[in-house]
Structures are given as C-alpha cells and as structure tokens.
Design a binder for this molecule. Structure first.
Ligand code: FAD
Length: 378
C-alpha cells in the first residue's frame, strides 16, 4: 500500500479516540454507515477498498455501506487497532464444539446439572414481573432465573412464539434487528499443498462477500499428520451462494483457493462438507444499537447474553458472547443471593497516548456541551 494511502488513515484517529465504547459514543456513531465514516475522514479509495472494507467483510460480515460506524470502530479497535504489536486473535486447536463445549458440558453434568439438547424454548411462564417457568413446546421447566444465550435469529423466533415476550416492547423491537447468511465449507484435498499462512482473510472476489480460509493441517491437532490438505473456507454475507448445489459451491471454492494458491487448481477434492447457515451471524446495521438489549431486561429474573448484547467490556464475537454470559450469570448470582460470581478479565488498558487523547477529548466535549445548546443532530 503506497505511503500516501496509509497516511490518509491519520484523520480517522480522531474517530478512534472519540469512540470510547460508551453509550453516548455508540449513539453518536451508530446512525452513520462505515462507508460514510471513512469518506468523512478522507480515507483514500484504495485504503478503503483494499484494507478497511475487507476487515469489515470478515469482522462484521457485511460491506461498509451496511455496517454501523459505531460497530466498525468498536470491532476494528478491539481486533486490530488497539495494542498494535498483537493482533488480538487466537485459533482453537480443534473444533470449538469438541475442544471447548464438550468438556464444558461434561463439567456441567458432573456438577449435577442436565444439558437438554434438541429442546427449543418457545415461551416463558410469567407471574407478575417474574418468570416462573420456561416452555419448550409441550414441556415446562420450573425456573428461578433465565438467561437467554441465543443469537438474534433464534431470539426473534422465540419472541414470535411467545405471547409473554411479545407483550414487552423491548422484545417486540427485536424484529428491527437482522442477521447475515454464512456458508461454511471444509475440503479434503488429495495432496499436501504448501500454504504460507495458516489463517487467511480474502476479499475482492465479488462485491459483497468476504471469506476466510484456514489450513487445518497447521491449526488442528487431528489433521497435523494427514497425507492430504484439509481446508476450512467460510464465506460471510454469502446470501448469493446459499441456493447453489454442493457441487456448484465446491467448484467456486476451489477456484477461489486456486486464485490465492495456484497449486489448488491441480488438486482433487476427495471429501467435503458444505454447511449453509442462513441468518446466522449478527448484523450490526446502522441504527441497530437502540434495539439491542442489555443484560438486564424488564423482567426481574430474565437476563441476556450473546455477541449482540450491549455491554461496556469492549470485546467482540465469541469473546463477547463468553463475557456477556459471565455477566448474565453474575447477575443471576446477585439476584438469587447464592453462588460465587465469576471474575471477568477486562480487555487490556488503552495505550497511554490513547488514554491521554480520550481524556482531553472528553474534557472538550463536556466543555462544548456546557456552552452550546443541545440543538444539532448528533
Ligand atoms: C462460520 C463462522 C465463523 C466464525 N468465526 C469466528 C471467529 O473466528 N472468531 C469469533 O470470535 N467469532 C466467529 N464467529 C462468530 C461467533 O460464532 C459468534 O460471535 C458466537 O457464536 C456468538 O455466540 P452466541 O452464544 O451469542 O450465539 P450462538 O453461538 O449462535 O449460540 C446460540 C445457541 O442458541 C441455540 N438456540 C437458538 N434458538 C433456540 C431456542 N429456541 N431454544 C434453545 N436454544 C436455541 C442455537 O442452537 C445455538 O446453539 C463465526 C461465526 C460463523 C457462523
């Protein structure tokens, strides 16, 4: 990237400083699209096209004109801009289900709880302002407290079948939120292919889809000694692919991989899995913040968790889902007056120059607020 393009990102530093993840900052930036934000701060067309938009396509799963500027600044700051020496991402050495969820479920069961898969929550039994039971079709489970840990699409489905949730505005309003289609593929090739980096973010293959591919021989213990190559390729904002057959999808994926690493062209796919995930990931659309729920709801004993729940921790995606889960569990501990709250590690502190710039900016904001009337559109 030429220096002049990189330099064009400098004015954006003001937005990075100004967006401190507070409620006020979210409200200031959430109505603006990411594309407008970069345009307003005079980012060059090339820097936007070749750097920021690809980051959005894989970080917020959508092109810039469909992403909230607040979410953009939050995501970019957490994953990329804060603490420049370390890109804050780690990869699991196997599938998350196997490595994290299975042992976790075993621990829950050892502690005496039952995990009931294949049950879909459909409603809540409410008495005054407290939930007394959770309905799953024709079964009812007594409940002292409830934590929802479902994505936006799942939550919208639950609300649609639940008269008790529909009676609350905050839950009715969830129909203003949306989600994005994802396509997840895994391909087994008949030969070893030299892949320079284990994880790769790709863009520019079509206008609105970002994709990532991972060398699972390098990342997952179980594929380390495979004679062939095992690749995971995930496509975000993949709506245009979901209607294709598996065969059509595999031809496209192999073609894309071959564009990145030509040796894929000659290799043969000997096994594959294609998983279509319609409406699977959170869409941080402009204007969506006001409909996203905090951990505490208007019911005394119903709490929310997930990567779309509003909190002030600063993390994103899986880490945020985990943190909001702990926060919700801590709220239950405090509501019931029983159990040990979990310790939640804060994200690393801002670098000193950012701390100083943020405090200066806040002082100026407070000053201008005291002088100027609250008149203009934020
Ligand atoms: C292909 C792909 C790759 C990704 N890669 C990354 C990555 O590399 N790093 C990262 O940080 N994030 C990544 N993400 C995003 C990450 O998966 C999400 O941020 C995270 O899973 C959100 O967790 P959650 O608990 O909020 O929701 P989910 O993981 O969606 O869990 C919700 C659960 O609720 C269940 N459910 C839904 N409806 C009901 C109901 N009525 N009753 C009972 N249960 C119900 C669902 O079955 C599901 O198990 C990726 C997502 C996808 C799809």
């Amino acid at each position: 990237m030429p220096l002049i393009d990189r330099l064009s990102a400098l004015p954006l530093l003001y937005a990075v400083v100004d967006f401190d993840n507070s409620d006020a900052a979210w409200r200031r930036y959430d109505f603006v699209t990411a594309r407008e934000l970069f345009k307003d701060f005079n980012v060059s067309a090339r820097l936007y096209r070749d750097a920021f938009e690809p980051m959005l396509l894989v970080g917020l799963f959508a092109p810039g004109e469909q992403c909230s500027a607040a979410a953009t600044l939050g995501m970019l700051y957490f994953f990329i801009l804060a603490h420049q020496p370390d890109f804050d991402v780690v990869w699991c050495r196997g599938t998350v289900g196997e490595k994290i969820f299975r042992p976790w479920v075993e621990r829950i069961e050892k502690a005496g709880a039952r995990v009931l898969p294949n049950r879909r929550v459909t409603d809540l039994i409410v008495d005054s302002n407290q939930v007394k039971g959770v309905v799953c079709g024709d079964e009812v489970f007594d409940a002292d407290a409830v934590i929802f840990a479902v994505g936006i699409t799942g939550m919208k489905k639950i609300v649609s079948t639940s008269p008790s949730l529909q009676s609350r505005e905050e839950f009715r309003n969830l129909s203003n939120l949306g989600a994005i289609d994802v396509l997840a593929t895994r391909l087994w090739f008949d030969r070893k292919i030299d892949i320079p980096r284990p994880s790769n973010a790709c863009f520019g293959f079509d206008t609105s889809t970002g994709w990532t591919f991972f060398d699972l021989n390098a990342l997952h213990d179980e594929y380390r000694d495979e004679p062939g190559t095992v690749i995971e390729a995930d496509f975000y904002h993949a709506n245009q692919f979901l209607g294709l057959s598996d065969e059509e999808i595999l031809v496209i994926v192999q073609g894309y991989l071959a564009t990145c690493i030509p040796a894929f062209r000659q290799a043969k796919i000997i096994d594959s899995s294609v998983i279509r995930l319609p409406q699977a990931v959170t869409h941080f659309a402009p204007g969506s913040y006001r409909y996203m729920l905090p951990a505490k709801t208007s019911f005394e004993n119903v709490f929310m968790s997930g990567d779309w729940i509003v909190n002030r921790h600063g993390s994103w995606s899986q880490e945020k889902a985990y943190v909001t889960g702990l926060e919700a569990a801590n709220l239950v501990v405090s509501y019931l007056g029983e159990g040990q709250p979990s310790e939640i590690l804060a994200v690393e502190e801002d670098e000193v120059h950012i701390q100083v710039a943020r405090s200066l900016n806040q002082t100026l904001r407070d000053l201008s607020k005291s002088i100027l009337p609250n008149f203009w559109l934020p």
